[in-house]
Design a protein around this ligand. Sequence first.
Ligand code: GLN
Length: 190
Amino acid sequence: MHKIGILALQGAVGRHADALTSLGAVAVEVRAPDDMDGIDALVLPGGESTTMSRLLGTSGLHGPVAERLAAGMPALGTCAGMILLASEVLDGRADQRCFGAIDVAVRRNAFGRQVDSFEADLNVEGLEGPDFPAVFIRAPVVERVGEGVEVLATVDERPVLCRQGGIIVTAFHPELSGDLRLHRRFLSEI
Ligand code: GLN
């Protein structure tokens, strides 16, 4: 059984825990470095990436998370979590830090104020069945994709689901639609 940490400094933690638990994993909330002990992978949820970046520093978690990611720990980053895992953040705060775990440049709040939130059915590469119902909330978008990064889904030709090795990032909130296929895929590849 996999033990999956969910970064729980701020943001949309609960529904990720529900999704992982209902797929048979053990979900652990990560708030302090000790909470990382024994986890096989980490979920970085949606929320506010600038706040999470600051809390990663004050909690002492930034270093331990960066070390585990550099050592190849798989991770799923959704929305703000995608921003944290990126190698470059556009329209971020000057002091905002990111882990560089996936070679993408991400622009915050890229879909514009008038459409802060929307839903879209995504055709996801490699996913069996119907399109994936994706909920976007003040979502970022991927503006540059490095070599070795696979784009698995787009909206208006803009990448919103990418992967590089064990790192999967989504501009949307896959935990909100009740469709567990992306969490299942993440778990199956650990
Ligand atoms: N706009 C938020 C940020 O920049 C992300 C929104 C979200 O995670 N739903 O961190």
